[in-house]
Design a protein around this ligand. Structure first.
Ligand code: PRP
Length: 196
């Protein structure tokens, strides 16, 4: 179990491994407020956007982003899996739950917690494009430019990060750590100490 659900300490342990703070709760929330304001401005003359959160990882970011957008918005969810229990993306996107809302003629914003290889985001964009939305944009809290395997355009990016394994704020390690309020990276130093 991660050590705490409520606070965002500097060090946490998950699945027997040590992780250190990478993006604080305050940094995350400040950035989300800015993204929410930007989206509100962009959609003021366009129409009410519908956010499509990609489960499971994006459930927390979707909730916080929606609440950071002043004015109307709708939400629905799409459930995919690409990582399984591993630390690296399997490269295989599996669809676990379809979107219920009708997207034809709607202003859709796909919401991801992370764009890693880009395969999941590309899959979602291709699926939604086929449903003829009036417009389609993409948002992600995190993006790893160095891990990209496919080119995918993302309109709203919280943070570009190094190619590191991250947990917290919706992102899991073997389904744990999603409840952490901050983002953590594997503490490589402690791994090196352990193997020395
Ligand atoms: C993660 C994350 C993204 C995807 C990003 O999902 O939430 O959807 O991987 O990786 P990619 O850019 O390499 O496709 P995961 O498959 O771990 O499922 P989860 O959201 O349920 O944790």
């Amino acid at each position: 179990m991660p050590e705490t659900a409520a606070a965002a300490p500097d060090i946490v342990h998950c699945q027997g491994e040590r992780f250190r703070l990478y993006l604080s709760e305050e940094e995350i929330q400040t950035r989300i407020r800015a993204l929410g304001e930007q989206i509100a401005t962009d959609y003021a003359d366009l129409g009410v956007p519908i956010l499509i959160g990609v489960l499971n990882g994006a459930f927390i970011f979707t909730a916080d982003l929606m609440r950071a957008i002043p004015g109307d918005s709708e939400v629905d969810f799409y459930k995919l899996s690409s990582y399984g229990e591993r630390k690296v993306s399997s490269g295989q996107v599996t669809e676990l739950k379809d979107i219920d809302a009708k997207l034809e003629g709607r202003h859709v914003i796909v919401v991801e917690d992370i764009v890693d290889t880009g395969l999941s985001m590309k899959y979602v964009i291709d699926q939604i494009t086929a449903r003829n939305p009036a417009s389609l944009r993409a948002a992600t809290l995190l993006r790893k430019p160095d891990a990209a395997k496919v080119e995918v355009s993302v309109d709203y990016v919280g943070f570009d990060i190094d190619n590191l394994f991250v947990i917290g704020y919706g992102l899991d390690y073997g389904q744990l750590a999603r409840n952490l309020r901050a983002i953590y990276i594997l503490d490589e130093e402690s791994e090196e100490e352990a193997s020395a």
